[in-house]
Write a protein that binds this ligand. Structure first.
Ligand SMILES: Nc1nc2c(ncn2[C@@H]2O[C@H](COP(=O)(O)OP(=O)(O)OP(=O)(O)O)[C@@H](O)[C@H]2O)c(=O)[nH]1
Ligand SMILES: [Mg+2]
Length: 297
Protein backbone atom coordinates (compact mmCIF):
# COMPACT_ATOMS: atom_id res chain seq x y z
CA UNK A 1 0.00 0.00 0.00
CA UNK A 2 1.18 3.50 -0.85
CA UNK A 3 1.63 5.76 2.13
CA UNK A 4 1.40 9.52 1.71
CA UNK A 5 2.92 12.10 4.03
CA UNK A 6 0.80 14.76 2.36
CA UNK A 7 -2.92 15.33 1.86
CA UNK A 8 -4.52 16.78 -1.23
CA UNK A 9 -7.69 16.88 -3.25
CA UNK A 10 -9.97 18.52 -5.76
CA UNK A 11 -12.71 20.75 -4.40
CA UNK A 12 -15.60 21.66 -6.72
CA UNK A 13 -16.88 25.18 -6.18
CA UNK A 14 -20.53 25.22 -7.19
CA UNK A 15 -23.56 27.48 -6.94
CA UNK A 16 -25.94 29.61 -8.95
CA UNK A 17 -24.54 32.25 -11.30
CA UNK A 18 -23.22 35.40 -9.61
CA UNK A 19 -23.05 34.07 -6.02
CA UNK A 20 -19.31 34.83 -5.87
CA UNK A 21 -17.62 31.51 -6.68
CA UNK A 22 -14.75 33.04 -8.64
CA UNK A 23 -14.27 35.80 -6.08
CA UNK A 24 -13.97 33.15 -3.35
CA UNK A 25 -11.49 31.07 -5.36
CA UNK A 26 -9.30 34.16 -5.89
CA UNK A 27 -9.52 35.01 -2.18
CA UNK A 28 -8.53 31.51 -1.07
CA UNK A 29 -5.71 31.15 -3.60
CA UNK A 30 -4.53 34.70 -2.78
CA UNK A 31 -4.14 35.57 -6.45
CA UNK A 32 -6.41 36.42 -9.36
CA UNK A 33 -6.87 33.18 -11.27
CA UNK A 34 -10.49 33.65 -12.36
CA UNK A 35 -12.28 36.76 -13.61
CA UNK A 36 -15.36 38.10 -11.83
CA UNK A 37 -18.23 40.41 -12.76
CA UNK A 38 -21.70 41.48 -11.72
CA UNK A 39 -23.11 39.66 -14.80
CA UNK A 40 -24.37 36.12 -14.38
CA UNK A 41 -22.47 33.42 -16.31
CA UNK A 42 -19.11 35.12 -16.17
CA UNK A 43 -17.18 31.86 -15.75
CA UNK A 44 -17.32 29.55 -18.78
CA UNK A 45 -14.62 26.99 -18.03
CA UNK A 46 -13.61 24.91 -15.04
CA UNK A 47 -10.59 26.83 -13.78
CA UNK A 48 -8.35 25.24 -11.19
CA UNK A 49 -6.93 27.47 -8.47
CA UNK A 50 -4.24 25.95 -6.25
CA UNK A 51 -3.44 26.64 -2.60
CA UNK A 52 -0.48 24.78 -1.08
CA UNK A 53 0.13 24.90 2.67
CA UNK A 54 3.70 23.55 2.96
CA UNK A 55 3.71 23.46 6.77
CA UNK A 56 0.54 21.39 6.98
CA UNK A 57 1.60 19.31 3.95
CA UNK A 58 -1.72 20.05 2.27
CA UNK A 59 -2.61 21.04 -1.29
CA UNK A 60 -6.13 22.21 -2.09
CA UNK A 61 -7.11 22.33 -5.76
CA UNK A 62 -10.24 24.47 -6.10
CA UNK A 63 -12.24 23.84 -9.25
CA UNK A 64 -14.13 27.03 -10.10
CA UNK A 65 -17.17 26.20 -12.23
CA UNK A 66 -19.75 28.11 -14.27
CA UNK A 67 -22.91 28.92 -12.33
CA UNK A 68 -25.60 26.27 -12.67
CA UNK A 69 -28.69 27.61 -14.47
CA UNK A 70 -31.51 26.66 -16.81
CA UNK A 71 -29.73 26.19 -20.16
CA UNK A 72 -31.06 28.16 -23.14
CA UNK A 73 -28.27 27.55 -25.64
CA UNK A 74 -25.75 24.86 -26.58
CA UNK A 75 -23.23 26.86 -24.57
CA UNK A 76 -25.51 26.75 -21.52
CA UNK A 77 -25.87 22.99 -21.78
CA UNK A 78 -22.13 22.49 -22.07
CA UNK A 79 -21.58 24.62 -18.97
CA UNK A 80 -23.98 22.59 -16.82
CA UNK A 81 -22.43 19.33 -18.02
CA UNK A 82 -19.04 20.71 -17.05
CA UNK A 83 -20.21 21.40 -13.50
CA UNK A 84 -21.73 17.99 -12.90
CA UNK A 85 -18.65 16.37 -14.45
CA UNK A 86 -16.40 18.22 -12.02
CA UNK A 87 -18.46 16.91 -9.08
CA UNK A 88 -17.86 13.34 -10.19
CA UNK A 89 -14.10 13.84 -9.77
CA UNK A 90 -14.24 15.89 -6.57
CA UNK A 91 -12.96 14.97 -3.09
CA UNK A 92 -15.07 17.72 -1.54
CA UNK A 93 -17.34 20.58 -2.59
CA UNK A 94 -17.88 24.19 -1.66
CA UNK A 95 -21.51 25.12 -2.21
CA UNK A 96 -22.09 28.87 -2.29
CA UNK A 97 -25.34 30.65 -1.69
CA UNK A 98 -25.92 34.40 -1.79
CA UNK A 99 -26.76 35.95 1.59
CA UNK A 100 -28.63 38.79 -0.07
CA UNK A 101 -31.11 36.49 -1.79
CA UNK A 102 -33.63 33.96 -0.53
CA UNK A 103 -32.81 30.31 -1.11
CA UNK A 104 -34.56 29.39 -4.37
CA UNK A 105 -35.34 26.40 -6.59
CA UNK A 106 -31.92 26.72 -8.25
CA UNK A 107 -30.17 26.33 -4.89
CA UNK A 108 -32.38 23.37 -3.92
CA UNK A 109 -31.59 21.59 -7.19
CA UNK A 110 -27.85 21.97 -6.57
CA UNK A 111 -28.27 20.82 -2.95
CA UNK A 112 -29.96 17.66 -4.17
CA UNK A 113 -27.21 16.95 -6.67
CA UNK A 114 -24.63 17.39 -3.94
CA UNK A 115 -26.42 15.00 -1.60
CA UNK A 116 -26.29 12.39 -4.38
CA UNK A 117 -22.62 13.14 -5.16
CA UNK A 118 -21.46 11.55 -1.91
CA UNK A 119 -18.64 14.02 -1.15
CA UNK A 120 -18.20 16.15 1.98
CA UNK A 121 -19.77 19.59 1.43
CA UNK A 122 -19.02 22.96 3.01
CA UNK A 123 -21.98 25.28 2.63
CA UNK A 124 -20.73 28.85 2.24
CA UNK A 125 -23.08 31.78 2.73
CA UNK A 126 -21.39 34.58 0.80
CA UNK A 127 -21.73 38.39 0.69
CA UNK A 128 -22.45 38.73 4.41
CA UNK A 129 -20.87 42.20 4.21
CA UNK A 130 -23.99 43.52 2.47
CA UNK A 131 -26.65 41.25 3.97
CA UNK A 132 -29.01 41.63 6.92
CA UNK A 133 -27.84 39.59 9.94
CA UNK A 134 -31.39 38.26 10.34
CA UNK A 135 -31.47 37.09 6.74
CA UNK A 136 -28.20 35.23 7.18
CA UNK A 137 -29.58 33.46 10.25
CA UNK A 138 -32.75 32.49 8.38
CA UNK A 139 -30.69 31.10 5.54
CA UNK A 140 -28.51 29.14 7.95
CA UNK A 141 -31.62 27.65 9.53
CA UNK A 142 -33.08 26.68 6.17
CA UNK A 143 -29.82 25.35 4.75
CA UNK A 144 -29.10 23.27 7.85
CA UNK A 145 -31.90 20.90 6.78
CA UNK A 146 -29.60 19.80 3.93
CA UNK A 147 -27.29 18.31 6.59
CA UNK A 148 -24.00 19.22 4.96
CA UNK A 149 -20.69 18.82 6.79
CA UNK A 150 -19.94 22.45 7.63
CA UNK A 151 -21.58 25.89 7.40
CA UNK A 152 -19.48 29.05 7.02
CA UNK A 153 -20.69 32.63 6.48
CA UNK A 154 -18.10 34.66 4.53
CA UNK A 155 -17.42 37.79 2.59
CA UNK A 156 -15.29 36.61 -0.32
CA UNK A 157 -14.85 40.18 -1.50
CA UNK A 158 -13.39 41.29 1.85
CA UNK A 159 -11.51 38.03 2.39
CA UNK A 160 -13.46 37.62 5.61
CA UNK A 161 -14.12 34.09 6.87
CA UNK A 162 -12.12 32.47 4.08
CA UNK A 163 -9.56 31.10 6.57
CA UNK A 164 -12.42 29.18 8.21
CA UNK A 165 -13.33 27.68 4.82
CA UNK A 166 -9.69 26.65 4.31
CA UNK A 167 -9.67 25.06 7.78
CA UNK A 168 -12.75 22.97 6.99
CA UNK A 169 -11.27 21.81 3.68
CA UNK A 170 -7.92 20.91 5.23
CA UNK A 171 -9.75 18.64 7.66
CA UNK A 172 -11.68 16.92 4.85
CA UNK A 173 -8.99 16.12 2.30
CA UNK A 174 -7.66 12.57 2.01
CA UNK A 175 -3.98 11.50 2.01
CA UNK A 176 -2.51 11.98 -1.46
CA UNK A 177 0.29 13.52 -3.51
CA UNK A 178 0.57 17.14 -4.64
CA UNK A 179 -0.86 17.51 -8.15
CA UNK A 180 0.81 20.87 -8.83
CA UNK A 181 4.20 22.38 -7.90
CA UNK A 182 3.86 24.10 -4.47
CA UNK A 183 4.31 27.56 -6.04
CA UNK A 184 1.59 27.09 -8.71
CA UNK A 185 -1.62 29.12 -8.40
CA UNK A 186 -3.57 27.85 -11.39
CA UNK A 187 -3.64 25.31 -14.22
CA UNK A 188 -4.55 27.96 -16.78
CA UNK A 189 -1.97 28.92 -19.38
CA UNK A 190 -1.18 32.66 -19.44
CA UNK A 191 -2.69 32.92 -22.92
CA UNK A 192 -6.09 31.84 -21.56
CA UNK A 193 -5.91 34.17 -18.56
CA UNK A 194 -5.02 37.07 -20.88
CA UNK A 195 -8.19 36.48 -22.94
CA UNK A 196 -10.25 36.26 -19.77
CA UNK A 197 -8.89 39.56 -18.44
CA UNK A 198 -9.96 41.28 -21.67
CA UNK A 199 -13.41 39.69 -21.39
CA UNK A 200 -13.68 40.88 -17.77
CA UNK A 201 -13.13 44.49 -18.81
CA UNK A 202 -15.81 44.14 -21.48
CA UNK A 203 -18.26 42.58 -18.99
CA UNK A 204 -17.87 45.56 -16.69
CA UNK A 205 -18.80 47.98 -19.49
CA UNK A 206 -21.30 46.23 -21.75
CA UNK A 207 -25.06 46.24 -21.26
CA UNK A 208 -27.82 43.67 -21.52
CA UNK A 209 -27.39 40.72 -23.83
CA UNK A 210 -24.01 41.66 -25.22
CA UNK A 211 -21.92 40.11 -22.40
CA UNK A 212 -23.34 36.70 -23.27
CA UNK A 213 -22.56 37.18 -26.94
CA UNK A 214 -18.91 37.96 -26.33
CA UNK A 215 -15.95 35.60 -26.54
CA UNK A 216 -12.29 36.63 -26.51
CA UNK A 217 -9.48 34.63 -28.08
CA UNK A 218 -5.79 35.52 -27.78
CA UNK A 219 -4.32 34.81 -31.20
CA UNK A 220 -0.72 35.46 -30.31
CA UNK A 221 1.37 36.29 -27.27
CA UNK A 222 5.13 36.73 -27.25
CA UNK A 223 7.89 38.80 -25.73
CA UNK A 224 9.86 40.87 -28.26
CA UNK A 225 13.60 41.58 -28.12
CA UNK A 226 12.98 44.74 -26.05
CA UNK A 227 11.21 42.70 -23.36
CA UNK A 228 7.74 43.98 -24.34
CA UNK A 229 4.97 41.38 -24.07
CA UNK A 230 2.96 41.64 -27.30
CA UNK A 231 -0.58 40.29 -27.15
CA UNK A 232 -2.94 40.09 -30.16
CA UNK A 233 -6.53 39.27 -29.35
CA UNK A 234 -9.90 39.05 -31.07
CA UNK A 235 -13.24 39.77 -29.42
CA UNK A 236 -16.01 37.81 -31.14
CA UNK A 237 -19.62 39.04 -31.12
CA UNK A 238 -22.66 37.36 -32.65
CA UNK A 239 -24.24 40.07 -34.79
CA UNK A 240 -23.25 43.06 -36.90
CA UNK A 241 -25.23 45.37 -34.61
CA UNK A 242 -23.10 44.23 -31.65
CA UNK A 243 -19.86 45.00 -33.42
CA UNK A 244 -20.53 48.72 -33.21
CA UNK A 245 -21.16 48.49 -29.48
CA UNK A 246 -18.00 46.47 -28.88
CA UNK A 247 -15.95 49.10 -30.74
CA UNK A 248 -17.80 52.16 -29.42
CA UNK A 249 -18.21 55.67 -30.85
CA UNK A 250 -14.94 56.59 -32.51
CA UNK A 251 -13.40 53.46 -30.97
CA UNK A 252 -14.07 54.67 -27.41
CA UNK A 253 -15.15 51.26 -26.07
CA UNK A 254 -12.31 49.22 -27.51
CA UNK A 255 -9.84 51.88 -26.35
CA UNK A 256 -11.13 51.89 -22.77
CA UNK A 257 -11.27 48.09 -22.56
CA UNK A 258 -7.81 47.81 -24.10
CA UNK A 259 -6.28 50.26 -21.61
CA UNK A 260 -7.89 48.63 -18.56
CA UNK A 261 -6.93 45.15 -19.73
CA UNK A 262 -3.36 46.20 -20.46
CA UNK A 263 -2.96 47.69 -16.97
CA UNK A 264 -4.27 44.51 -15.35
CA UNK A 265 -2.11 42.29 -17.57
CA UNK A 266 1.00 44.31 -16.71
CA UNK A 267 0.27 43.83 -13.02
CA UNK A 268 -0.40 40.11 -13.41
CA UNK A 269 2.59 39.30 -15.61
CA UNK A 270 4.94 41.89 -14.09
CA UNK A 271 6.04 43.28 -17.46
CA UNK A 272 5.18 45.99 -20.00
CA UNK A 273 2.42 44.90 -22.36
CA UNK A 274 1.40 45.98 -25.86
CA UNK A 275 -2.17 44.91 -26.58
CA UNK A 276 -3.60 44.72 -30.09
CA UNK A 277 -7.34 44.13 -29.80
CA UNK A 278 -9.86 43.75 -32.66
CA UNK A 279 -13.55 42.88 -32.93
CA UNK A 280 -15.08 40.31 -35.32
CA UNK A 281 -18.58 39.01 -35.97
CA UNK A 282 -19.09 35.25 -35.74
CA UNK A 283 -22.82 34.72 -36.33
CA UNK A 284 -24.63 32.99 -33.41
CA UNK A 285 -21.47 31.29 -32.13
CA UNK A 286 -23.20 30.34 -28.86
CA UNK A 287 -25.56 28.04 -30.73
CA UNK A 288 -23.01 26.53 -33.07
CA UNK A 289 -21.26 23.38 -31.93
CA UNK A 290 -18.54 23.95 -34.49
CA UNK A 291 -17.79 27.45 -33.20
CA UNK A 292 -17.87 26.29 -29.58
CA UNK A 293 -15.21 23.73 -30.45
CA UNK A 294 -13.10 26.36 -32.18
CA UNK A 295 -13.42 28.77 -29.26
CA UNK A 296 -12.28 26.03 -26.88
CA UNK A 297 -15.44 25.15 -24.94
N1 LIG B 1 -20.60 42.63 -1.56
C1 LIG B 1 -20.03 41.51 -1.99
N2 LIG B 1 -20.00 41.24 -3.31
C2 LIG B 1 -19.41 40.09 -3.70
C3 LIG B 1 -18.86 39.16 -2.79
N3 LIG B 1 -18.38 38.11 -3.48
C4 LIG B 1 -18.61 38.38 -4.79
N4 LIG B 1 -19.24 39.58 -4.93
C5 LIG B 1 -19.65 40.22 -6.19
O1 LIG B 1 -20.62 39.43 -6.82
C6 LIG B 1 -20.48 39.48 -8.24
C7 LIG B 1 -20.30 38.07 -8.79
O2 LIG B 1 -19.06 37.55 -8.38
P1 LIG B 1 -18.37 36.35 -9.17
O3 LIG B 1 -17.23 35.88 -8.33
O4 LIG B 1 -18.07 36.74 -10.58
O5 LIG B 1 -19.56 35.27 -9.15
P2 LIG B 1 -19.61 33.79 -9.76
O6 LIG B 1 -20.39 32.96 -8.82
O7 LIG B 1 -18.24 33.33 -10.09
O8 LIG B 1 -20.46 34.04 -11.09
P3 LIG B 1 -20.54 33.13 -12.43
O9 LIG B 1 -19.14 32.86 -12.89
O10 LIG B 1 -21.28 34.02 -13.37
O11 LIG B 1 -21.30 31.90 -12.07
C8 LIG B 1 -19.27 40.37 -8.51
O12 LIG B 1 -19.73 41.67 -8.78
C9 LIG B 1 -18.51 40.33 -7.19
O13 LIG B 1 -17.73 41.47 -6.95
C10 LIG B 1 -18.92 39.48 -1.39
O14 LIG B 1 -18.47 38.75 -0.50
N5 LIG B 1 -19.53 40.66 -1.06
MG1 LIG C 1 -17.42 32.76 -11.84
Amino acid sequence: MTHFETRSGFVSVVGRPNVGKSTLVNAIVGKKVAITSSRPQTTRNTIRGVLTLPEEGVQIVLVDTPGIHKPRTALGERLNTLVYGSLAEADAALFLIDATQAIGPGDRLIAERLQQANVPVVLVINKVDIADKDKVLLQLAEASSWEFDAYVPVSARNNDGTDLVIGELVAMLPPGPFFFPPDAHSDQPDIFLAGEIIREKYLARLREELPHSLAVVVDDMETDDKGLLRISATAYVERDSQKGMAIGKGGSMIKAVGTEAREDLERLFGTKVFLDLRVRVEKDWQRSDEMLDRLGF
